[in-house]
Write a protein that binds this ligand. Structure first.
Ligand SMILES: [Zn+2]
Ligand SMILES: [Zn+2]
Length: 303
């Protein structure tokens, strides 16, 4: 880890400055173009930080780096790569058009519902990036869902359900030994036998809360584990449902595809959601201006 002076940039900043995706930032790191100069710790993971000076230097090389990646892919996949490029390009334009249409349609909704659905739209994209490996983004997801549960109701388009899940069983030493003898994983063994009286049992560990956000024909669905959302939903009387639906986003009733999701850039997603939290009077632990916590690293000044 080299010493650096100057501004620290987040992955989202780097995406915006270099016009690349988070996945491409990871590849730039893996191939030695970028160094992680510091980190910021979040509950759900560690966020890498980059030196602005280095990013500025890499910017000049980006066109040739991207061409190189394209060539490499072309050599490996031939016509498929060209077709995929065209498909991505089309998806990007389709997404921009759909996004504009969706955000415009919100203007006709009651103000509060419009605000809720706008946040849901960006939360869908945040979730997508979090699942793709930017796990520190789950902190922001949690704060947004919490803000929604505090300030919005069924009349605005928000329904929260409790979905009971099974217990987590942590096998005792005896049961673990038996599992190994039967050549089964601990999980398999726990599911098969249900453990014994000495095993530790976390009741309803896999329960979750489902956030259904719907208005007109727009519909979004998010999950939060019971151990997470339970802390701030405590005392709320919520309906129970037996089975959960998948997390997803359906503006105008149609699902957003994985290819489309990356077309909404990460910096915009973070900005939108942090300003949603600010509009609810909540101070977020900012991803756009994170605390820097590498030990032994000199303090870094940020704009
Ligand atoms: Zn046991
Ligand atoms: Zn749903």
């Amino acid at each position: 880890m080299q010493e650096f002076a100057g501004n620290a940039l987040t992955t989202a900043d780097v995406c915006r400055k270099l016009n690349v995706t988070p996945r491409e930032v990871h590849r730039l790191v893996a191939e030695g173009y970028l160094d992680v100069v510091a980190i910021s710790r979040f509950k759900h993971g560690v966020m890498p930080l980059f030196s602005e000076d280095q990013v500025v230097r890499v910017r000049k090389k980006i066109p040739s780096i991207l061409r190189g990646w394209d060539r490499e892919k072309g050599a490996r996949w031939g016509k498929d790569a060209a077709r995929e490029r065209l498909r991505n390009w089309c998806a990007l334009h389709r997404t921009r058009a759909r996004k504009e249409r969706f955000l415009q349609a919100l203007a006709d909704l009651p103000e509060k519902s419009g605000r809720l659905l706008r946040a849901a739209y960006y939360l869908y994209h945040l979730n997508h990036y979090a699942k793709a490996g930017e796990s520190y983004l789950y902190d922001l997801k949690e704060q947004v869902l919490k803000a929604m549960s505090v300030s919005f109701t069924a009349a605005d388009g928000l329904q929260i359900y409790f979905i009971p899940g099974r217990d987590r069983i942590r096998l005792c030493p005896d049961c673990r030994r038996r599992a190994r003898k039967e050549k089964r994983t601990y999980l398999e063994f726990a599911e098969m036998t249900g453990g014994c009286a000495h095993c530790q049992r976390d009741e309803g560990y896999f329960s979750l809360y489902e956030f259904q956000i719907a208005y007109d024909d727009h519909h979004f669905c998010f999950h939060s584990p019971a151990q997470v959302a339970g802390k701030w939903l405590k005392g709320k009387k919520l309906p129970t449902r037996e089975s959960s639906e998948r997390e997803g986003g359906y503006p105008f009733g149609r699902p957003i595809s994985a290819g489309e999701a990356v077309a909404v850039n990460l910096a915009e997603v973070i900005e939108e959601l942090e300003s949603f939290l600010a509009s609810q009077g909540l101070a977020a632990k900012l991803i756009s201006d994170p605390p820097i916590s590498r030990t032994g690293q000199p303090a870094v000044s940020r704009r």
